[in-house]
Design a protein. Sequence first.
Length: 131
Amino acid sequence: MSAEQNNAVSSNKERAVYFLKQVADGEVREAYRTYISPGFSHHNPYFRGDADSLMVAMEEDAAKNPHKTLEVHRAIEEKDIVVVHSHIKQQQEDTGAAVVHMMRFENGQIVELWDLGQPIPEDSPNENGAF
């Protein structure tokens, strides 16, 4: 999706989901060009807080895990914040992780990102599951 297509999308919730799907598909730079604001910052504790550090880490992960899948279970939009709850698998045979991304938008672009993840255990006593 180009920057022009980003403007045609009707909600930040859709933009957030498209961004995550594009990143999961390995189209990291295109996702950044389309959805990330020039003043972007993030709060992932494993990387510096700038756009380039996270983008490079996402590209490395995409190269290492070319069959990654992302299944969105819910997306919630309130004012300028979008929260996406997803099931991410690095490999098809993995149980994966439940991941929550929270994004703050300005003018249709992501200006701030938080992400939290929880591995899904093979044998959980919780009959409700992660989703």
